[in-house]
Ligand binder design. Structure first.
Ligand code: B16
Ligand code: MG
Length: 219
């Protein structure tokens, strides 16, 4: 029986993926790298340095930058993102999420944030969701970020639940991969063709209800 729900943050709780994307596009522009839909999907949910490496690799430029130059670029991206983050408020919570969080709380499910983002605690504060998410996986306690299983495996462990007692929700390919690798039922929210590896697909966060999940996954 499912007792715990593990939430990705960017793209599930809030649409800050759009801000991440815009920040990276500014960096790509600056480097003269062409932005494509494929690139966008490939980096969705990847951590900062992995995202930068994927952007550089897409233009065959991965070897042209030293580690230090890459760190500087990653810092620049985070500065752009942080400026956007300053304006984040509860109005930026995605549709359907407040009702879903209340429904889960009323039905005694446990909840935790399993995000690849170092900015997750700040975003939860900005969105005023600390009441639902006193627990956020601390990236310092894991070895490998998504798509490795660590983030979601750690989230289940922090709830003192076995993987089979949890479901994980993510909007990125690497996130769905991470959930699956942890042996947890995966819900992919977004384009089902992109997130075809997910056990359950929803096109929008509006569809996140207990009833819809039970119908899609009767086990
Ligand atoms: P930061 P999620 C991910 O968050 C974002 O989707 C991804 O675009 C970002 O690069 C990554 O966090 C790292 O974020 O630069 O803030 O540490 O979707 O896993 O909640
Ligand atoms: Mg995400």
């Amino acid at each position: 029986k499912v007792k715990g729900v593990l939430f990705d943050l960017n793209g599930i709780i809030t649409d800050s993926w759009a801000y991440h994307s815009r920040s990276w596009q500014e960096i790509a522009n600056q480097l003269g790298i062409n932005w494509t839909d494929e690139l966008e999907e490939a980096i969705k949910g990847r951590d900062r340095i992995d995202s930068l490496n994927a952007i550089l690799a897409s233009a065959g430029k991965a070897d042209e930058y030293s580690l230090q130059q890459k760190e500087t670029l990653a810092d620049q991206k985070n500065e752009i993102y942080q400026t956007m983050l300053d304006k984040m408020n509860p109005g930026d919570i995605l549709p359907g999420i407040p009702a879903f969080l209340d429904e889960l709380t009323a039905n005694d499910y446990q909840m935790i944030i399993a995000s690849a983002s170092a900015n997750a605690p700040k975003e939860i504060r900005k969105l005023k969701l600390e009441k639902y998410f006193p627990l956020i996986v601390d990236l310092k306690t894991i070895k490998h970020n998504k798509p490795a299983p660590d983030v979601f495996a750690k989230a289940a462990e922090m709830l003192h639940l076995l993987p089979e007692a949890c479901v994980g929700i993510d909007d990125g390919m690497v996130g769905v991969e991470s959930i699956n690798a942890a042996g947890i039922v995966s819900i992919g929210v977004g384009d089902p063709q992109v997130l075809h590896e997910a056990d359950i697909n929803f096109e929008s966060t509006r569809q996140l209800t207990l009833e819809n999940i039970r119908q899609a996954w009767p086990k």
